[in-house]
Design a protein around this ligand. Structure first.
Ligand code: SF4
Ligand code: SF4
Length: 90
């Protein structure tokens, strides 16, 4: 059997080789942050660490009001002390 040419669909296994931003713009489905407000403490870490200025403060809560600007760096997920943030792809 002849080997088949590599296609972008085979690249997920090598995601780490391409870097998150380059990967997301080139190949992957767009991901967005989602906050679990049952767990969120309102510390605002996500606002401070987000390079895309995705989050907005309203009262004592932070909302991913500009989720379309997420560059999928995962900083908010990593810096959230209550593990309230997930990146989702739908
Ligand atoms: S993953 Fe990065 S760019 Fe996206 S919302 Fe979190 S901190 Fe902002
Ligand atoms: S970092 Fe987490 S706990 Fe803090 S405001 Fe953002 S979602 Fe809430």
């Amino acid at each position: 059997m002849e080997p088949q040419a590599c296609t972008p669909k085979c690249l997920p296994v090598r995601r780490q080789d391409y870097g998150t931003q380059a990967w997301s713009s080139a190949w992957a489905d767009k991901m967005y942050p989602r906050v679990d407000y049952e767990k969120c403490s309102g510390c605002k870490n996500c606002v401070e660490v987000c390079p895309g200025e995705v989050y907005r403060i309203e009262g004592d809560r932070c909302y991913p009001s500009h989720a379309e600007d997420c560059i999928e760096c995962w900083a908010c997920v990593e810096q959230c002390p209550t593990q309230s943030i997930q990146l989702i792809d739908d």
